[in-house]
Design a binder for this molecule. Structure first.
Ligand code: PEP
Ligand code: MG
Length: 588
């Protein structure tokens, strides 16, 4: 691929969907997450030496790439995580593996790409049949090596994929949860994606890391040349490719103003209680992906962790993640949160949360398939290890378990049977158990679920997707993804009523909880326990402190009677603009 051949100089503006506010300016760093098909070509015998010559630099470049990633990860994330790449380097230095690829080229006359693919598939197949969990998981390393070699051979710029120059704007088709390490290196200044929506994982991640992000740009990966300058306006969803000096000057002033505004809000929110005008306290907890996120929870004064998305442990370590390393992670959470509660959601795989090596069987409708608790009830070995690890760490602190994607009370009862079993066997106490209400069935039948749990937590991201029948990551139907739609508000109300009738607390941990526009509405409906990305806590706290319960209830009553989600949203917007203008300006 020759990027250099289509250089343009004029500024170009592209409109997308804003999902994380702020302004960023920097060189484009192109990333591609989908895979190119491997093409098989039969070589003439005289072409084999040239093909072998093509292979050699791909091995060197891949080794160099991995060493650079290892250094970056070690520097920014930690030595332990960096050791993961030792196995990659061993594979690349394995003469048998490399020799087999060379033989496919020189003796069987396959092109280099096909030879790499064939040999790695052979190894992956052999590893898949091994009993030992650790060795079986090493097939992921082979897959990763093959992917990098193939990308180099195909000429894609991924040779620099993990070596992000500081301040770069990441330009991607989409980001999978397994790509989080790239953003976590804290080198990215901003993110723009072809696909996505406000609740896609790349958007959630960008908000957590406080970097501006714009999604649903459709063809931004084709419009942008690696290294060229981008200016992104995360409040208005605008991307300027090759911005003019005038444009940069205007945005510089804006960036400065927003920065001062945010610092001022964070300072005013710090150390004061999250209490309403009439002293009702609203708990503000954090949604986190890794223990590293706890720094922000502490910095912004979060009341514990309302949602730990445990998928990341498995994405990093494989499905059969070692029990002790899970216990270590959960212990860090409770130790650092001290008396505050920490809610660990059991593995929520499936839908858009796919393991990098496709261990999940291919399904036509993954969002309606074997995801969340359904997957755990099918893969009981994986589930039992996680339950035992959580119960073990719960001995040391306020750790609770939460099951995702429940549609039927029997799924919950079955999961609790497993939990009871592992606890009895290990002589451990049963931790408190909660259920996420994220399917319409669970919301409508919350009265059947509530008697069996210690708490409920509404997962509004999935609840909206399933209720409105609108894929949460698909911008073509994002106009239907309406958090303030009467259908959603009524399901939230049904859940709250069922929880109250059973004397069970109910919180909300979807993206709605961190949206200052919608917080008054949720409180008015009766939710006083909100869990969000940590960076939203100061903004939400300022909204809580400006609001009275009488006011919130009036807003909620009006919204429940409304026929249009857009009208409700507009009403909330007017309230915020009038009552908390600085927060409104920051998110506006
Ligand atoms: C949700 O669905 O609202 C939720 C919090 O879970 P996730 O976004 O991880 O699916
Ligand atoms: Mg969910």
């Amino acid at each position: 691929m020759n990027y250099g051949s289509r250089r343009e100089t004029a500024e170009m503006m592209v409109q997308g969907m804003s999902v994380s506010p702020g302004v960023a300016f920097g060189p484009a760093f192109l990333m591609k997450t989908d895979e190119e098909p491997v093409v098989s070509r039969r070589l003439q015998p005289e072409a084999a030496p040239a093909e072998l010559e093509r292979l050699a630099p791909s091995i060197d470049a891949t080794r160099e790439q991995i060493q650079t990633i290892q250094r970056n990860v070690s520097q920014h994330i930690g030595l332990h995580d960096a050791r993961i790449f030792d196995v990659h380097l061993m594979v690349l230095d394995d003469q048998v593996f490399i020799e087999e690829i060379r033989e496919e080229i020189s003796e069987r006359l396959h092109n280099a790409e096909y030879a790499v693919w064939m040999v790695s598939e052979r190894y992956i197949d052999a590893l898949s049949r091994i009993q030992d969990n650790y060795l079986r998981e090493r097939k992921m390393d082979i897959k990763d090596i093959a992917r990098r070699l193939l990308r180099y051979l195909g000429g894609w710029q991924s040779a620099v994929r993990d070596i992000i120059p500081p301040g770069s704007i990441i330009v991607a088709d989409n980001l999978a949860p397994s790509d989080t390490a790239i953003l976590r290196q804290e080198l990215a200044g901003g993110l723009v994606c072809d696909f996505g929506s406000p609740v896609s994982h790349s958007a959630i991640m960008a908000r957590a890391l406080e970097i501006p992000a714009i999604v649903a740009l459709h063809d931004i990966t084709r419009r942008v040349v690696p290294g060229e300058t981008l200016l992104i306006d995360g409040n208005n969803g605008l991307v300027f490719i090759r911005p003019t000096a005038e444009r940069i000057k205007t945005y510089d002033a804006l960036m400065d103003r927003r920065h001062r505004l945010r610092v001022d809000i964070v300072n005013r929110a710090s150390g004061v209680p999250s209490a309403m005008q009439d002293d009702v306290v609203v708990a503000l907890r954090a949604n986190i992906d890794t223990p590293a996120d706890l720094d922000d929870v502490i910095k912004y004064g979060g009341d514990g962790v309302g949602l730990f998305r445990s998928e990341n442990i498995f994405i990093k370590e494989g499905l059969y993640s070692d029990e002790q390393s899970q216990i270590d992670v959960y212990r860090v959470l409770v130790e650092r949160m001290q008396q505050h509660p920490v809610i660990v959601r059991t593995l929520d795989l499936g839908g858009d949360k796919i393991m990098p090596d496709n261990q999940v069987v291919r399904e036509d409708n993954p969002f309606l398939g074997c995801r969340g608790l359904r997957f755990c009830l099918a893969e009981t070995d994986v589930f039992k290890i996680q339950l035992r690890a959580i119960a073990t760490a719960a001995v040391d602190g306020n750790l609770k378990i939460m099951y995702p994607m429940v549609s039927d009370v029997n799924e919950l009862l079955k999961a609790n049977d497993f939990l009871r079993g592992v606890c009895e066997e290990a002589g451990l106490a049963m931790p408190a158990v909660g259920v996420m209400i994220e399917t319409p069935a669970a919301a409508v039948c919350a009265d059947a679920i509530a008697p069996h749990v210690a708490f409920l937590s509404i997962g509004s991201n999935d609840l909206i997707q399933y209720t409105m029948a609108a894929d949460r990551g698909n911008d073509l139907v994002s106009h239907l993804f309406q958090p303030a739609h009467p259908a959603i508000l009524r399901l939230i109300k049904t859940t709250i009523d069922a929880a109250a009738a059973n004397d069970v607390p109910v919180g909300l941990c979807g993206e709605m909880a961190g949206d200052p526009l919608l917080v008054p509405l949720l409180i008015g409906l009766g939710i006083t326990d909100l869990s969000m990305v940590a960076s939203s806590i100061p903004l939400v706290k300022m909204v809580v402190r400006s609001l009275s319960m009488t006011e919130a209830r009036a807003l909620a009553d009006e919204a429940l009677a409304s026929r249009s989600g857009n009208d409700v949203q507009q009403h909330c917007r007017e309230w915020l603009q009038q009552r908390v203008p600085d927060v409104y300006e920051l998110i506006g």
